[in-house]
Design a protein around this ligand. Structure first.
Ligand code: ACO
Length: 444
């Protein structure tokens, strides 16, 4: 606990210059001075505010963590009002233009851009951990032909922990590093195998001569030994992985940190993160955008759909719009929109683009969306690109998971090495029954 004291409140003039908060508990009349650090106070400092000696003390109530920081982090900075996103201080626009996914992953994990030798070693290590144990293939065959690849990914991630039992030594930096290589290297292979399973196609093994994204594309789409990686599509996919690499304390990252805080191995924690990402309000949203565009069908139906959204009382949502943090245009959506043109030049225009553009146009001029600060998020256009690149809709969240792997691991490692962290364990406000005696079945 920080040095909160029950000292009398400072005089008005001083208070303006002090980095503290003066709180009067009107139940007792006592006044407390609470330190403010980095624009936050410690919720635990409020515990000293009690109405009686046996009172537990005041707690903060914050469902969905709307205004609670659960960690200190140096990885990703977001200013949602200004539409700013930076990894380790570098603006996302510069990284997307000048970097590649593996270099970005190194930056996110290590805090600095790699020098040439560091980069070469990093890429070499990732490239040489791409293969899966052959028994993983046997596990895959147990799934139904129509199993959702995210469900398969959750299971396979958990299963990997049994192949690398040493991974539970999470306090050993070398062991951690090895799992980081493995997880970043193997997630594209798992993802591609899940897809091939759903198609009944033979698995394609990693090709270590190709780039991270190029290799993934060939594992997905090679048939009869043939697949030419198109450089524009390879780069587009790489940029999409960069844009998804980290996004500070989002739902799946919080799941990774929360589950990881029990000191479980990183494969099990990643399984939880993938599960969180699967949800339609998070990584499943890009899949839902495409399904929504299918339902709308034509550009002419857009106004009627927007009307449905506005009158549904929150039931019908404009998928790919809105964000917990961004109350301005998502900077990632801007980059994706520009990239869509390059991809469509190679593979032809996705007919749904017209509907999406019309939807965006109407939504951005409509009072309902303006008032609620609802702008396109990263998922609004990414699905259109993925589809144009021949990825089936249910693979979209899987692609998100591949990119986010580096962010999950960086955040997990930051949590594991943070001396202020403990096992995550929120409190509750109990509003249930008071103590009562058990009633036998015949007397109920
Ligand atoms: N369409 C229509 N209305 C919306 C939408 C939307 N997409 N999003 C929010 N609203 C409305 C809410 O109904 C609410 O209206 P009200 O004030 O009249 O009740 C208001 O805007 C505020 O929305 P909240 O739900 O409080 O915002 P919250 O921060 O909790 O939710 C979220 C953010 C989950 C992303 C939400 O905007 C949403 O469901 N969007 C669609 C799903 C989506 O695209 N998710 C991807 C997010 S990006 C990512 O995870 C990578």
């Amino acid at each position: 606990m920080s040095q909160a004291t029950a000292a009398p409140a400072a005089a008005k003039g001083d208070a303006a210059t002090k980095n503290t908060l003066t709180v009067t508990d009107n139940r007792t009349g006592k006044t407390f001075e609470i330190p403010i650090e980095n624009g936050t106070f410690k919720a635990l400092d409020f515990r000293q505010m009690k109405v009686s000696a046996d009172d537990f003390g005041l707690m903060s109530y914050d469902p969905a963590f709307m205004n609670t920081a659960s960690c200190k982090s140096t990885i990703t900075f977001i200013d949602g009002d200004k539409g700013i996103l930076r990894y380790r201080g570098y603006p996302i626009e510069q990284i997307a233009e000048k970097s590649n996914y593996l270099e970005t992953a190194y930056l996110i994990l290590n805090g600095e851009l790699p020098k040439k030798a560091q980069y070469d070693e990093w890429v070499d290590n990732i490239t040489h951990h791409t293969f899966l144990h052959e028994n993983i293939k046997d596990l895959m065959t147990g799934f139904r032909y129509d199993a959702h690849p995210m469900g398969m990914l959750v299971s396979m991630m958990g299963a990997l922990s049994t192949f690398y039992p040493e991974a539970k030594h999470i306090h050993d930096p070398l062991v951690r590093q090895k799992q980081i290589y493995r997880l970043i290297a193997k997630i594209p292979t798992l993802a591609a195998f899940a897809y091939r399973h759903s198609k009944g196609l033979p698995y394609v093994y990693p090709d270590n001569d190709l780039s991270y994204s190029g290799n993934f594309l060939q594992m997905m789409f090679k048939i009869g030994g043939r697949y030419e990686v198109h450089p524009v599509l390879e780069r587009a996919l790489d940029v999409l992985f960069i844009l998804h690499a980290d996004h500070e304390q989002n739902c799946s990252t919080s799941a990774m940190r929360n589950v990881g805080s029990s000191y479980v191995d990183p494969y099990s924690a990643t399984a939880a993160a993938v599960g969180a990402l699967y949800g339609p309000l998070h990584g499943g949203a890009n899949e839902q955008v495409l399904r929504m565009l299918d339902v709308i069908g034509t550009k002419e139906n857009v106004p009627a759909f927007v009307k449905d959204v506005k009158t549904s009382g929150g039931e019908v949502k404009l998928m790919g719009f809105g964000h917990r943090v961004y109350k301005n245009y998502d900077p990632r959506a801007k980059i994706i929109k520009l990239m869509a043109d390059q991809v469509f030049e190679v593979v032809g225009r996705n007919p749904k683009l017209e509907i999406a553009i019309e939807l965006e146009k109407i939504a951005l001029s409509d009072e309902y969306f303006l008032k609620r600060k609802l702008y396109p998020n990263v998922d609004f256009y990414s699905g259109l690109i993925y589809q144009a690149m021949s990825f089936p809709v249910d693979m979209f969240p899987v692609l998100f998971a591949i990119g986010r792997m580096s962010g999950w691991l960086a955040q997990w490692q930051e949590m594991v090495t943070d001396k202020e962290q403990k096992i995550a364990r929120p409190r509750q406000v109990f509003l249930g029954s008071d103590e009562r005696n058990f009633v036998p079945m015949g007397k109920r």
